[in-house]
Each structure stands twice: as C-alpha cells, then as structure tokens.
Design a protein around this ligand. Structure first.
Ligand code: FAD
Length: 506
C-alpha cells in the first residue's frame, strides 16, 4: 500500500526530508506558501534567484550561510548527482587545507580522513535553489507552491493520544482543501504554526527559548572582473571582539558575504551598522576584513540585511517518555533552533532527515517510530546543541562584561581566559592532530567535547600552557580587531551610551 507523507515547508529541512524519504511505495507532497524561484533568460539561475526570489517564509535567505562537513559528507555519499549539480551551479568546496592556520599549512601532509572535512560554500539562495530543482525531479515527489498549510487533521487513539491524519491547505487559487496523509512532517521553519494548531487540540509542544545574544548583519559583495579573493594572511577573517563577532563567507559565482554579529546589548552599534557606509567602515577597521571590502577588488551588491530574534530551542516530543502526539515529525528549525553563528542548522536538518528515514523504514508502529526518531536525533544532535548553549551563555556574559567598566574578573574567569588563549588555541595552532580533532568537533563529525577528554590531547594542551607566552610568541594570532572604545571612536559613535543605559537598567 502506498504511504503518503505531507511535508509542511520546502525550505532546507523539507527538501532534505523529501530526498531522504523518497522511495518506491511512497507518495511525498511538499507544500510551501512561497512562490517558486523565478528564472531569467538573461542571467544565471543562481544570480536571478539571489536577486528576485521572494521568500517571505525564509527571511534569512539572504544571510550568509556555510554548509558544514557533516552535511557535505551526506550529500557527497548519498546524493552524488546533487553534489555535481551544486558544483556546476558554482557552489564551492572549501577543503581542510584551506582551513589550516599558517604554522600548520607550511608542513601540511594530507591524511585520508581530510577529505571528510570539506565544507560547501555558496549563497544560501543558490544552495536551496539547486536542491529544490533536484528534489522536484525525483519520482514520487510533488511540490505545491503558493500553497499554505492552514491546519492539521486528526483523530484520537483508544488511549486518547492525538494522531494526525492529514493537513488543511489553502491552494494557490485561494480554495480550501484537505489532504489525507499517513504522516505529517513539520518543516515549517522557526516560525512554524504547528504549535498553535496543536494547542487548539490540547497538545502542548511549546519549548523554552534561550537567547543567543546577537543580532545578525550581512552584506554581499561581488569581485570585479579579473579580480580574485584576497590571499590568506595572518589576520583572521573570522573572529570575536566581544562586542562584535565577524566572518567572511566565500560564495558561488564570484560572490562572497560578510556577516557582523553584534551583541544585543550594543544598541548604538546595532542602530548604526545597518547603514552600508558604517558597515563597510566597521569592516575596514578589522584587519582580516579590510582587503575584502577594497572597492577596487569588489563591489557591494546588496544592502545590509539585519536579523534579530535569534533564539535557541528544542521541542520535547516525548514528555515523560510518552508521545505528545503521533504521526507528526517536526524537523529542521521547527524541531531544533540554534544560534546561526555555528552554521549548523542545515546540517541538523539533513541529519534529522536521515533519522526519520531510519525510523520510518524500521518501524510500523507510530509510537515506536517516534521513539526511534527522537533517539536518533538525541544521539546525533544533542551533544552539539548542549555545547552551543554553554558557549552562547558565555558569549552573552562576556559582551555584558564589556559594558561594565571597572568590573573585577574572578580568578576562575582569568584562568579560563588564559586556558583558551594561552593553552588551547596555541596547541591547536601548532599540532595538526589536535587541529583535526577540533575540526572533527566543529564540523559535526564527532562531538566537540569528546576529544578534550582524550589524555594525550590534554597533555599536549597542558604542555603548550607550560611553555609560556614568551616561547609560544610566534604561535599567537594577531589581534583580530580594535577594542570597543577604539572601534566606537573610529565610527564616531558614543561608547558610553550603552554603558550608561545598562548601569541604569540594572
Ligand atoms: C541569519 C541566519 C544565518 C544562518 N546561517 C547558517 C549557516 O551558515 N549554516 C547552516 O547550516 N545554517 C544556518 N542557519 C540556519 C538555517 O538557515 C536553518 O536551520 C534552516 O533554514 C532550517 O531550515 P528549515 O527548512 O527548517 O526552515 P526554513 O528554511 O526557514 O524553511 C521553512 C519553510 O516552510 C515554509 N512554511 C512555513 N509555514 C508554512 C505553512 N503553514 N504552509 C506552507 N509553507 C510553510 C516557508 O515558506 C519556508 O519555505 C542560519 C540561520 C539564520 C537565521
């Protein structure tokens, strides 16, 4: 018998789910409220999608994205034709060698594992556009665009548990309809309505939200004809200044973007940096970014996109070990939302899609399926999520501390800072085995804190600490950028306004 699956949302998670679940005997209906990507006879599909694709449902479509090694590996190994299509469209493979700190790059000897550390890099619109085209061409998948899911059909099992039986939709021509399905996947993203629909049915899947403490600002640039990207140098192209985090995102077809993630507490800077001139002036003050905004090398091709309300949240599908409801599987941001700084959301979505595939292929009982799905995601995703939550809390604390003059740092805070700067970073920049361990964690190949429990790694880090600053001098990275007061002076902003505001608030 054919199994029908409705997927609410054809963003990254919806597309990943369509790919993973597609098989003979299944009918998959992907539904998205937004319009399909437009095409142009004159411009490349990637450029046209970037400029013209209306995506009210994905407000972060034009924010910087990078796609981690875990995601690259899934696409490379499970969907090689999709990887070819992505590369043909201009998406780029950034290799392990590209990531090496200068001291390690000099004597680099490749290891067979290094090919698994490659990341994919492109504009998010290009990545999504190519996957969309690929998924649409798969047998057994129908994609309905300009179609909104407006509610959920349901029944109750004999023990009273809610069980979904389909979805209500408003079609492109404004008609209301109902589609009966065996399974409903909620890939409706961070603003999914499922929570509200389920509330009216007496099911609570709300989850507490934790702040990320940052606001995202992104601007895109295109290389001028004949120009190339700046050479790698000692000045870091990603970094954390406390009040501001920054990064370069190489992209497809001669494009790249810069993201400045400003601390939520920095109201003066937040208001100012949305102005393109201030954005570029901020970049010009950061040595690792300066060559990227050189007007003779590249021209800006967008305004500054800003985005706030960036929360972290994980829905509980088995409260007290019992299913909250059956035949309902949230995926992607509808299930787990994270701080975009770590660039993990799309990887999570692909990993979760694999978990759902295994659960549906192994079990027929709806409760067993849900349990298997949750177990898989807990194992594969939770360790990274937990580490990110801790790092977010530390980042928020550090950015608040900058606005608290004359603060006294505790001994513990001083030791932690020294451990990170004088031991961990130095060891990573000088030992390729440790650096591979770090990349494995960062790229979601193995949980981040796992390698830090390894005795040999601990000894190497301790030795780096013991060597002391003088003997390690050559291994320190240059200062990533100006201190807060200096940056505010250069941008002609008041450095005191937010300090005074915070002092009054507390
Ligand atoms: C600023 C920013 C930067 C990021 N950077 C990265 C990065 O570098 N790397 C990375 O891996 N991740 C990154 N992420 C996270 C990543 O973008 C998300 O995790 C990813 O988009 C989640 O995909 P999704 O399909 O769950 O949601 P979305 O991509 O948001 O898609 C949701 C879809 O559902 C549709 N929809 C919603 N409700 C309905 C409805 N009722 N009916 C029909 N359709 C509906 C919407 O139209 C939309 O198409 C970033 C996120 C942000 C906010």
């Amino acid at each position: 018998m054919t199994q029908t699956i409705a997927i609410i949302g054809a963003g990254i998670a919806g597309l990943a789910t369509g790919l993973a679940l597609q098989q003979e005997g299944r009918e998959i209906i992907l539904i998205d409220k937004d319009a399909p990507p437009p095409t142009s006879p004159d411009q490349s599909d990637a450029d046209f999608a970037f400029k013209e694709w209306q995506r009210k449902g994905v407000t972060h479509l034009r924010h910087s994205h990078a796609f981690l090694a875990r995601l690259y590996k899934i696409i490379r190994d499970d969907y090689p034709d999709l990887l070819t299509a992505l590369l043909n469209a201009g998406c780029r493979e950034l290799t392990f060698e590209d990531m090496l700190p200068p001291a390690l790059a000099k004597n680099y000897v490749p290891d067979s594992e290094d090919k698994d550390f490659t990341i994919l890099s492109s504009r998010r619109s290009t990545f999504e556009y190519v996957i969309r085209k690929f998924v649409e061409a798969q047998p057994g998948i129908t994609l309905l665009t300009n179609t909104q899911v407006t509610g959920l059909g349901s029944t109750r099992t004999p023990d009273g548990t809610l069980m979904l039986t389909g979805i209500d939709i408003k079609t492109a021509n404004g008609e209301n309809d109902h589609i009966a399905t065996d399974i409903v996947v909620d890939a409706g993203g961070r603003l999914s309505f499922a929570e509200k629909w389920l509330e009216t049915k007496g099911v609570d899947i709300t989850a507490p939200e934790a702040p990320t403490g940052i606001i995202y600002y992104t601007r895109h640039y295109r290389l001028r004809p004949g120009q190339s990207e700046p050479q790698r140098s000692e000045a870091p192209a990603t970094g954390d200044l406390g009040y501001l985090k920054f990064g370069i995102f190489p992209a497809d077809n001669d494009h790249y973007s810069i993201t400045l993630a400003v601390s939520e507490e920095e109201e003066e800077l937040r208001k100012a940096v949305v102005d393109p001139d201030v954005f570029d002036a901020t970049c010009a003050a950061i040595p690792g970014l300066k060559p990227w905004i050189d007007a003779s090398r590249a021209e800006s091709v967008s305004r500054v996109f800003g985005m706030g309300k960036l929360f972290t949240r994980w829905r509980e599908l088995l409260p007290d070990g019992k299913p909250a409801l059956l035949n309902f599987y949230p995926i992607g941001d509808a299930y787990i939302r994270t701080n975009p700084l770590y660039g993990r959301g799309c990887s999570f979505a692909f990993v979760e899609a694999e978990g759902l595939k295994q659960a549906l292929n192994t079990h027929t009982d709806p409760a067993a399926r849900l349990a298997a799905y949750v177990k898989y995601v807990e194992k594969e995703v939770r360790p990274y999520y937990t580490t990110m939550l801790k790092q977010d809390a530390q980042g928020i604390k550090a950015s608040k501390a900058l606005l608290t003059p004359n603060r006294k740092r505790s001994l513990r805070a001083k030791i932690t800072k020294s451990f990170i700067e004088d031991a961990l970073m130095i060891a990573l920049r000088s030992d390729i085995t440790l650096f591979r361990n770090f990349v494995r964690g960062f790229q979601m190949i193995a949980p981040s804190d796992q390698w830090l429990k390894n005795r040999r790694a601990v000894v190497k880090i301790a030795l780096a600490w013991l060597r002391g600053k003088r003997r390690n001098a050559a291994l320190y990275p240059p200062t990533p950028g100006p201190k807060r007061a200096e940056m505010f002076r250069r941008l002609a902003l008041s450095a005191e306004a937010d300090i005074n505001r915070l002092a009054t608030d507390t």
